[in-house]
Write a protein of this length. Structure first.
Length: 199
């Protein structure tokens, strides 16, 4: 797999597992902007492929998938004697995808989950399930004044083996410039957390 040019990356409508992993390590795009967000690296990357990415002005749609494996890290500890994928990881997958959507729209900076209005769990993911599907409708994508912050709001559904099991309403992700902590574990300007300054 050859790295993509940034202008080609912005036009893509689907991404493979290899491409998403390369993105998480900062190797998918050969000429990225100075501040270029990343997805979490495996094993915390909760997506194997993006099958559909559509941008329509300030709205859009994402469809993605994750294969379920018997030996997933979370089945080993959640819970001993009753393995089930933590529901919060399905919510995090929606946040991961919304952050990635912002980057695909040209946002520069680093992503942070900002919350959601409502989460409903109506089912579960077990070790012998096969496929998780994420469907997200992007309700609003905005670059705030000054261009240092972007915001996306979208609602998502999590489906396992064709059964709808979670819904997440109005999930929010922001992309912020100047917050990356690239010299971890050294103590430097961004080594301490706390409130993120928003535009």
């Amino acid at each position: 797999m050859s790295p993509l040019r940034y202008d080609a990356f912005l036009k893509r409508e689907h991404f493979s597992k290899d491409e998403l992993i390369a993105f998480s390590y900062g190797r998918l795009v050969s000429d990225p902007p100075d501040e270029f967000s990343r997805l979490p690296a495996p094993p915390f990357l909760m997506v194997d492929r993006i099958t559909h990415l559509e941008k329509r002005g300030n709205k859009g749609r994402l469809v993605a998938e994750k294969d379920v494996h018997l030996d997933e890290w979370f089945f080993q500890c959640h819970f001993n004697g009753d393995p089930v994928q933590p529901g919060c990881l399905g919510v995090d997958a929606i946040w991961q995808l919304l952050g990635f959507y912002c980057v695909c729209c040209g946002s520069e900076g680093n992503g942070r989950a900002l919350g959601c209005k409502e989460v409903n769990f109506d089912g579960q993911i077990r070790p012998h399930n096969k496929l998780v599907r994420y469907e997200i409708d992007v309700r609003r994508y905005t670059v705030l004044q000054g261009g240092d912050t972007s915001l996306v709001v979208g609602s998502g559904n999590v489906i396992v083996d064709h059964e709808h099991i979670y819904s997440i309403r109005d999930a929010k992700v922001g992309i912020f410039k100047g917050i990356a902590y690239r010299d971890y574990p050294l103590k430097s300007e961004n080594a301490i957390g706390g409130m993120i300054q928003r535009a």
